[in-house]
Design a protein around this ligand. Sequence first.
Ligand SMILES: [Zn+2]
Length: 330
Amino acid sequence: MKNLAARLIPLFAFVLCLSACASDRSVIAQAADAHRELEPAVIEEAELAAYLQEVGARVVAAADAMTKAGYGGKSQRAADSRWLFSEDLRFHLVASDELNAFTTGGEHMYVYSQLLVACRSEDELAAVVAHEYAHVYGRHVHKGMNRQYAVLGGALAAAVLSHELAEEDKEEWAAIGGTLALYAGQFLSLGFTRDDEAEADKLGFDFHARAGWDPARFGDFFQNLADQGYDTADDTFSDHPTLRSRVLAAKARAAKLPADATAWRRPPVADAQRFAALKQKAAAVAAKQPAGDALAVAQTLLASVPSCVAAQDSPGNAKARARLQAASAR
Ligand SMILES: [Zn+2]
């Protein structure tokens, strides 16, 4: 019981915080909270962790230089927005079979091991990293936090699902259900709007190009997914732009770059050979992440987040969201 009370107090504080406003401070605090639950899935292997952080830091450094030169809006250039460019920003590689990347909007961004393995080049990986950072830069989670009440209300309708899922693998569910419930509202609301996604692609493209990767390759990861059959969603109803429209937008942006943009180009952090080795290592290390309830919670939360890259959710995503909705209705 004491344990339950200890868990409910931060939840209560979180809801109070929501009703006030989604300030930088509250988003950063929420992201730090969520990170504690996701940490068991974070790959600590030194070379992989340092590599992803270096790719991310290069994106952030480019955004910082651009913003100092007048890019972005007042809210990015303000003195109290320096955290957007801080060395405290962390880019985590997480062990997950889902093909995704996401951010909780504060200082933490996540790239799933399955996504790294699917990238054919660092240009593709950097495009995804730049897109995630762009959600932070654009403060998209701040806007999303204001949509959370609707989600929490809708979760009550999931009571039936709760029963069905409780029947399925009962023991595991009992062990992790409580922790999932604590984070349900927070994670279920993490989907970005179509406008957010479009803006993250635009900002991400600009950061990617200025950070020295090949702008002609920015759309490659979306093309890669489309080639793998991920583009079956109906453009009209999806929260996401289709993959093909994202590829076309990236190509149009690349064609509009100034002639001197070639001067921005730099070698990748890892050349093709090292990149291939890093992908192999990521797959091997992800498979060996220490098993247990903590990892199960972290991976369920990670799997529940709507796709930031594909135009529709995967079966694993739908299952994890149902679990989370059921947990929030308990
Ligand atoms: Zn996104």
